[in-house]
Design a protein around this ligand. Sequence first.
Ligand SMILES: O=C(O)[C@@H](CO)OP(=O)(O)O
Length: 249
Amino acid sequence: MGAVGTLVLIRHGESVWNAENLFTGWVDVPLSEKGEAEARRGGELLRDAGLLPEILHTSLLRRAISTANLALDGCDRHWIPVRRDWRLNERHYGALQGKNKKQTLEEYGEEQFMLWRRSYDTPPPEIELGTEFSQDSDPRYADLGADAPRTECLKDVVARLLPYWESAIVPDLRTGRTVLVAAHGNSLRALVKHLDGVSDDAIAGLNIPTGIPLRYDLDEQLKPTNPGGTYLDPAAAADAIKAVANQGR
Ligand SMILES: O=C(O)[C@@H](CO)OP(=O)(O)O
């Protein structure tokens, strides 16, 4: 087998709903101005590190797609091939989609709020079909039919993400290419859990900052030789991780 390529993960820049502190999930909101700037900065970090993506995988949500476009434009890689798949989408937040995080924390209390946000296997209540923030008439998910999720916990995200990792991303890495994955806080937590072998309990404490590329060097078994990965701007990542952890407060 040849050398395994480099994996670069990027969570989308701040979205308008991140800025408003709303549970987002599969609701397709755009980047905020700050998020666009974060994405452009992500591209500069890639350029300055000489870490130039050769293929892109994104979710079907515009905050990840726009982030990838802006970042790739910034490192002159806007032309690379791209694949998009719902399996990279954010975790479906069920009936919490569109709700304010602070109000939800006040209404349900810290324990329930954190169970919904960060426990491995407790999904929020299912979203009601046909309501404002459900995706049941969205054409991009038409092929999923009744398999389209109405809520997900992180365990569900791991289960739907891994088939795409194995069948689409790993083959690209096996060609030795630098692969950029532009996705979301919780879909990337699911991938990092798998890559680093993080336990079901420990994953609760892991948060991914917006817009800062995270590099993984992998061995032949696809185990990271730099466990936890390497943020291209570690100081900014450390501050941003704290901010994600404290959302709702
Ligand atoms: O609202 C969401 O979809 C996610 C990511 O922004 O939020 P959280 O970090 O609370 O899981």
